[in-house]
Design a protein around this ligand. Structure first.
Ligand code: NAD
Length: 478
């Protein structure tokens, strides 16, 4: 018996959760259920996080959380409960299998069977944003070595467990050489530990285009958070319906299982929603807690039901479908197929699944870190970078020299182009002059001088080298 936490959520949530629980309990899932309230009602009662503290206790005690979609009210500073839950509980891995069910569910991609493994905690989802000038707002993209190692290892371990042949990595490291560069580098390092699994890297733009055009050439695809968020919806949708895919959010201690779609408020309360996405989430949950036989039984009954042409409105098509059913009737049909296997679609077998081998992250020895310069960001509403350079030269402290000014990353001084459009947000790079070094006191000196010269410094970024390797980006055009 496993004790789990269940939240029925908003919109179509309660209907698809009832259907899902009915099916898995009828199949013999050994579960004790604690139900909690999350989402719209909790938000509108004045709790901006969408969840009460007692509910957190239940989730943390049970460790396994089956969650229906929730509605995040628009505006008003409501925080997305999904993002908060993933981050609070350290659910670093988001696994989203997207498989075509040809010829029973209409799709342009009959042989598609891919799994998107999305990093779930970092990247732009750190949600650290600041407006710094009248014209410019920044969002910090944070990518960490532990974050990359954990997700890439998860992807390879998952591929090994599921007997999959290839892991592909998508990044944009031709542009983000440091952040996406680290993700790619870690991918190459860890791939070497799995010589039996093919590996490859694609730049995300052409990779995404290929995935939407010829998904059959991919197997497992691992990627940073934002790319994974976007592409897993694309992948689910092109299998035939976003209502078919489930998602597992896995951490070292806790895990959360859900559908990938949202609460579809316009469909709520009409007994029309497809419960398949949440059911797929629940099947991943049963596998995760070791109830693999039940998971297998439910998945095969579900495949058989789709094969029988018993379809909800979102996948119903004259010709291929036989009967258009509501949420409840679909659940009943799956239950009546428990114990049966599909005859044309491939039945699943989960009984021999090996446990994933996911070692804890071990911190690497610290590298030799040297301060080699500083970028001072300045709010200035002038337009001629040469004028700004003249002002900045007056603040050079002992041993530091202005070497470059960029605007939105592109070098505008020295030798800028007059055609380059400039905002009021300038990155001004100071380096030690020849035969000298820079230290933190020099930086403080620079900032003091800026204050005296009425230069509006809005932030600084120290420039470092790690083990002698430059660890910051050059200016574009530098
Ligand atoms: P959505 O996924 O709810 O709906 C998109 C479209 O897909 C709609 O046309 C809907 O009718 C259809 N659809 C979705 N699930 C279906 C199902 N099971 N059966 C049949 N049709 C289905 O996306 P949205 O409209 O952008 O978002 C609605 C709300 O859901 C928003 O408040 C959003 O914040 C929330 N949301 C929650 C989650 C989550 O809780 N994990 C995820 C995404 C969106």
């Amino acid at each position: 018996m496993t004790r789990i936490t269940v939240a029925k959520g908003d919109g179509i949530g309660p209907e698809i959760m009832d259907a899902t629980l009915e099916i898995i309990l009828a199949a013999g899932a050994k579960l004790e259920i604690d139900e909690i309230e999350v989402g719209e009602k909790v938000y509108l009662a004045g709790n901006t996080s969408g969840i009460a503290s007692e509910s957190w206790e239940t989730i943390r005690r049970n460790k396994i959380f089956l969650k229906a979609p929730i509605t995040t009210p628009q505006g008003g500073g409501y925080k997305s409960l999904n993002v908060t839950t993933r981050k609070f509980l350290g659910l670093y891995s988001n696994v989203r299998p997207c498989m075509s069910l040809h010829p029973f569910v209409s799709t342009k991609h009959p042989v598609m069977d891919i799994v998107i493994v999305r990093e779930n905690e970092e990247d732009l989802y750190a949600g650290i944003e600041h407006q710094q000038t009248d014209e410019v707002i920044q969002c910090l993209k944070l990518i960490s070595r532990p974050g990359c190692e954990k997700i890439v290892r998860y992807a390879f371990e998952y591929a090994k467990q599921q007997n999959r042949k290839k892991v592909t990595c998508f990044t944009k490291d031709n542009i983000m050489k440091q952040t996406d560069g680290l993700f790619h580098q870690v991918f190459d390092e860890i791939a070497k530990e799995y010589p039996e699994i093919e590996n490859e890297h694609w730049i995300i733009d052409i990779g995404a285009a290929k995935m939407a055009d010829t998904p059959e050439i991919f197997d497992v695809i691992v990627m940073p958070n934002l790319y994974g968020d976007v592409l897993s919806d694309v992948a689910a949708q092109i299998t035939g319906s976003v209502g078919l895919a489930g998602s597992a959010n896995i951490g070292e201690e806790c895990s959360m299982f859900e559908a990938i779609h949202g609460s579809a408020p316009r469909r709520a309360g009409q007994n029309v929603a497809n419960p398949s996405g949440l059911l797929q989430g629940a099947i991943m949950m049963l596998n995760h807690i070791g109830q693999t036989e039940i998971a297998e039984k439910v998945q095969n009954a579900w495949l058989k039901t789709l094969e029988d042409g018993i379809h909800t409105y979102d996948i119903f098509k004259d010709g291929t479908s036989k009967q258009k059913v509501g949420t409840k009737e679909f659940a009943k049909a799956v239950i009546s197929n428990l114990g049966q296997k599909p005859t044309i679609l491939k039945p699943v077998s989960y009984a021999n699944n090996l446990a994933l081998n996911l070692p804890k992250y071990i911190r690497k020895p610290a590298a030799k870190k040297e301060l080699v310069g500083v970028d001072i960001f300045v709010h200035w509403s002038g337009s001629n970078p040469n004028e700004l350079a003249e002002k900045l030269k007056r603040i050079e402290s002992n041993g530091t020299k202005l070497t470059m000014i960029t605007n939105r990353g592109i070098k505008v001084w020295p030798d800028g182009f007059k055609e380059t459009f400039c905002t009021d947000h300038w990155r001004c790079r100071f380096k030690p002059s020849e035969n000298s070094e820079i230290n933190k006191s020099n930086i403080i000196e620079l900032l003091k001088n800026a204050l005296n010269e009425n230069i509006d410094s809005i932030k600084t970024e120290n420039l470092y080298s790690f083990d002698g390797k430059t660890a910051y980006s050059l200016g574009q055009g530098q």
